[in-house]
Design a protein around this ligand. Sequence first.
Ligand SMILES: Nc1ncnc2c1ncn2[C@@H]1O[C@H](COP(=O)(O)OP(=O)(O)O)[C@@H](O)[C@H]1O
Ligand SMILES: [Mg+2]
Length: 677
Amino acid sequence: MAKKKSERKPKTKSAANKKRSAAGQAKKTRQKKKTATRAAPAARAPRENRKTVTATADERPAARVVEGLPLFDTDTSGTTRTPAPRVKTKPKRDARSEKPGREVPSAKRTREVAAVKPEQELFQAEAKPKVLETEREADSHEEASREEQETPKKPSKGKKTYETAETIAKRQREISISEFFAKNRHLLGFDSLSKALLTAVKEAVDNSLDACEEAGILPDLLVEIREQSEDRFHVVVADSGPGIVKAQVPKIFGKLLYGSKFHVLKQARGQQGIGISAAVMYSQLTTGKPVKVITRTNPRQDAHVYEIQIHTKTNTPVIISEGTQEWDRPHGTQVEIELLASYKKGQRSVDEYLHQVAMANPHAEIVYRPPRDPEVVYKRLASTLPVEAKAIKPHPHGIELGVLLDMLKVTHARNIKAFLEHEFSRMSARVSLDVLAAAKIPPTTAPKRITREQGDELVRAFAKAKIMKPPTDCLSPIGENLLLHTVQREADPEFFTAITRPPAVYRGNPFQIEAAIAYGGPMLPEDEIVRLYRFANRAPLVYQQSACAMTNSVMNTAWKNYGVSQARGALPAGPLLVVVHIASAWVPFTSESKEAIAHYPEIIKEIKLALQECGRRLARFIRRGAKARDEAKKRSYIEQYIPHVGVALKEILSLSEKEEERVVDTLRDTLEKSRTF
Ligand SMILES: Nc1ncnc2c1ncn2[C@@H]1O[C@H](COP(=O)(O)OP(=O)(O)O)[C@@H](O)[C@H]1O
Ligand SMILES: [Mg+2]
């Protein structure tokens, strides 16, 4: 009986606890509601918001404010600083609820809407009623589950209570890609203040150069960094590219993993669709400011101007404002981002990065306005665009089973033979039939009926089949001539050489390695470690040098064989500059921040072959130099004694002064004629 009593007791207690917690919960909810009602008017107070907004506009120096853009210009006092005659402003709205052909609301309404939406609200509960309702729900679920976990936790003495599958299940929920990268911004290259500035500039510049090249336009870039305070910068990157279609702007800048390059196999600087949107997210997290985008696709129409943020919890764009305005570029895109960052000089600075961009892109004209120093202009050296890279289909060599099965699911081909011929490169009708025969699959089988086992057989048959190498017109190398030009301009060396290797393949992806070296001359110090420039698809790699396959290959080349000193397992030292470039339809970066090349044996082998060829040419030059130095030393030694020989002969043979002079001249002539260098 006693035992039963003690069993019942905790039950009553927990029931009481539940009651109490329910009451507590109700109280909490009431309190929350109160706070919410109190907070709401403050958030909506138009005056305050007007202040915030006007301050934002005022912060920018007059010359830097893009004329005619009253997106945040809500000052009703009549003292507006930048009247905007041609701007038509629409109220901001969420791209998810965007409906085509919606009416432009009145100016008053526009102001109100703008005022109700300070940027920070994106992270708060009031910003988007619908979404936030869901978020609130999610939050309250979380809270409830937390309380639930807490309430029954009346641990019996000395016993630790662990979670159960059910309590854990209550916390399990989907993580959006933007939430993930907001926490892991270091993976995208935003792990320090100085790196953040460089990464933001890099992403915008990469996109600008890609867009210009795709549209066959010679790039005219403007990069401007304005210092707002010691750790806050305003970055502007403008290009002369084709511009962006209006409807695409919100998704490009307000959604991670959205782009045009991921599904296409051709050489480009960007690939993941996570470049510029990551910079927007970092800017939003550190300053709360939206990205401002001006873009124009048609010279006869006004440019579109947008202010956009990312709704981090759902990875969807939120349009803060949109409108049109006049712009001095007939077509192109301008991106403006404000972010917490620091501006530094040196090897990993924005200055150095842009210098290297100009090295690898001699067809681009870049105007750079650094925060403190005068403007720098990198003049266009080549007036033709690089060879256009064409999109190719995947090559069967190196295709993985999972990828093949996915392709089989979505293909429109009627049978497996047609699938092989049309969805892969280098698969002629004959090769397709051979491969299918080897895999024991009838050519008329419908692709969707191919089993996993048959897929496996197919991959094996691919590996054994003799298939032509993938087409390489998806690549656009810099070329030996331009590389020679670049290293000569860079270092004014005594010797320089360059090589472009024939294309090769790793995991079915075509790639091509180029290398150039410069040696000697006044600009390369004798006793320093090699100056190494790494490029991937013409984009400079500035960080993570030691983690890169390129550095590894330079280290593992036996430079001593070529007359350059090198400590064991280290980079070579001496008056040496090395450039390595990989051009590929898919560059295997070690992380999303695209800073280092992964260690694929095929890539390392190609880099080493290129460096060895350059090394052999350098060795010939150095050997010739050593021989010449040796001979010059002996010659100067002999030259010193020629007059003394003349005097001695004069005495022994009783020569006249004239005869002595003639003997000395003859000896000098003979020495000169024997010169080999
Ligand atoms: N300046 C620009 N001009 C034209 N299109 C652009 C520009 N910037 C970005 N885009 C488009 O937006 C897409 C997404 O860009 P981004 O997030 O940097 O990813 P990625 O460059 O890896 O594709 C690009 O694929 C491109 O289609
Ligand atoms: Mg990009």
